[in-house]
Ligand binder design. Structure first.
Ligand SMILES: Nc1ncnc2c1ncn2[C@@H]1O[C@H](COP(=O)(O)OS(=O)(=O)O)[C@@H](OP(=O)(O)O)[C@H]1O
Ligand SMILES: [Mg+2]
Length: 426
């Protein structure tokens, strides 16, 4: 596995060839007078200096007190940190996706794109963890995320770990916000900050470092999805969608009238939802569409038939009277597009036995609800993110505006009943 990746993305390959880009836009929060005790290295220091990831950021400030104080909106510092973290991770993902698409690995049996996806997941997770630790200096740090370091700690993974380390450090150097390099051990420790189980108490970041892996590999939609849970509730969410146009998707099939690519959606509880570019254009408030007649509605669903029952969603749409064909896009980009009114309905019905993970929905759900939408399971229950790494949902997840929800729920329940009564194919 390691050698395939080594062949595919040699250290300092296109990363070194790309011209340096501007620093990411998100400034350090003004409260940020102290930092975690990272060992710093001059920017000219060689990569792979022996930096060790701190186990815990020192409790210099209380983010809760900061974000609730003196007229600042709730969770303002955390939101700024989350945007910064997601934009940084998006930069790494974009670089690697370009590499994948420019190479011919999709057609070569000996260079698995899946392996490269593992590698980008880890890099993205490390960057998010690093940025959050640098920007938010509250007491302890807890993150629920997809990756852990177990496989990378094996001797056979030495080479891949080296490449991930280079990729992360080159992304950090290009960005220039942090004068810091990570050692291999630093990378491993950073990954393992995502091992939290979440739950109903305390604060937990929830991360999908690349949501929509298949879309990422295909050159389609994917998202870096980050949310914050506080006492079991999602209080903020950020969705970085590098391949989603910043302007509305006008023809509802993935293209748009605007030509700027990349959208960063964000929402904080009680404060609404916004979209801006990944480079940090002025944020624009967004809201779900106001369609109240399903005849005029369109619906989003997973691109992959393995991830949702397209036959069931087709039957729901028919019962509801939806005329437009389904809009199939990968990842939580669907939630972002729904939140700004590009379409009216989101439907997701995994095949029997699949258990939903909180990182696949936390950020997207708050972006939609803060944009005025409703997100529930197939019985109309709110999603409960307080139960650990998994969501306990009945049958599927649906989202739409408040006007359409009652008729959508009715159609969903009828379609599910019909499907359960249909004779099963032998
Ligand atoms: N069998 C099955 N059923 C349902 N869902 C599954 C299944 N397998 C995976 N996943 C999860 O789906 C995530 C991708 O989200 P989407 O379904 O919205 O994307 S896609 O359009 O299908 O590509 C995907 O997220 P990523 O793994 O981050 O890509 C998975 O968490
Ligand atoms: Mg996912």
């Amino acid at each position: 596995m390691a050698s395939r990746v080594g062949l595919l993305l040699a250290p300092s390959s296109s990363l070194a060839r790309n011209p340096p880009r501007a620093r990411l836009p998100y400034p350090l929060p003004s409260h940020h007078l102290g930092r975690p005790t990272y060992r710093r290295f001059a920017s000219s220091a060689p990569l792979r200096s022996p930096l060790w990831w701190p186990r815990q950021a020192p409790p210099l400030f209380s983010a809760r007190a900061m974000s609730g104080s003196a007229g600042s909106p709730p969770y303002a510092a955390e939101l700024a940190a989350a945007k910064k973290a997601v934009a940084l991770a998006a930069r790494l993902c974009q670089t690697v996706q370009q590499e994948i698409l420019q190479s011919d690995i999709q057609s070569k049996a000996d260079k698995s794109p899946v392996t490269v996806a593992d590698y980008v997941h880890v890099g993205s997770q490390v960057l998010v963890s690093l940025a959050l630790n640098m920007e938010v200096t509250s007491g302890s740090f807890s993150m629920v995320a997809e990756e852990d370091s177990e496989d990378l700690r094996k001797d056979s993974a030495e080479e891949i770990l080296e490449h991930i380390t280079d990729l992360v450090n080159e992304t950090l150097a290009e960005d220039g916000s942090y004068n810091i390099t990570l050692s291999k051990e630093g990378i491993l420790s950073a990954i393992d900050t995502g091992k939290s189980e979440g739950g109903p108490s305390g604060r937990h970041w929830v991360l999908d470092p690349i949501d929509g892996t298949k879309g990422f590999l295909r050159g389609g939609q994917y998202a870096i999805a980050l949310a914050l849970l506080d006492e079991g509730k999602v209080v903020l969410g950020v969705l970085g969608c590098p391949n989603l146009p910043l302007a509305s998707i006008s023809n509802l099939n993935g293209s748009s009238c605007g030509d700027q690519m990349g959208a960063l959606f964000s929402a904080t509880v009680g404060c609404g939802a916004e979209v801006e570019s990944l480079e940090g254009s002025p944020p624009q408030k967004i809201s779900v569409c106001t369609i109240d007649n399903p005849v005029n509605a369109s619906f989003f669903e997973s691109y992959e038939g393995a991830h949702t029952m397209h036959d069931l969603t087709g039957s729901i749409a028919e019962k509801l009277g939806v005329q437009a064909p389904p809009v199939r896009i990968d990842s939580q980009a669907k939630y972002g597009a729904l939140a700004r009114g590009d379409g009216a309905i989101y439907l997701r019905f995994p095949h029997k036995g699949y258990k939903e993970k909180i990182w696949d929905h936390a950020a997207g759900a708050i972006v939609v609800t803060e944009a005025g939408g409703v997100v529930t399971d197939a019985s109309g229950n709110d999603l409960d993110f307080s139960k650990g790494r998994f969501l306990d949902v009945d049958t599927g997840i649906i989202a739409t505006n408040k006007q359409l929800m009652p008729s959508l729920l009715k159609s969903v329940q009828e379609a599910i009943k019909e499907k359960s009564q249909a004779p099963s194919p032998l």
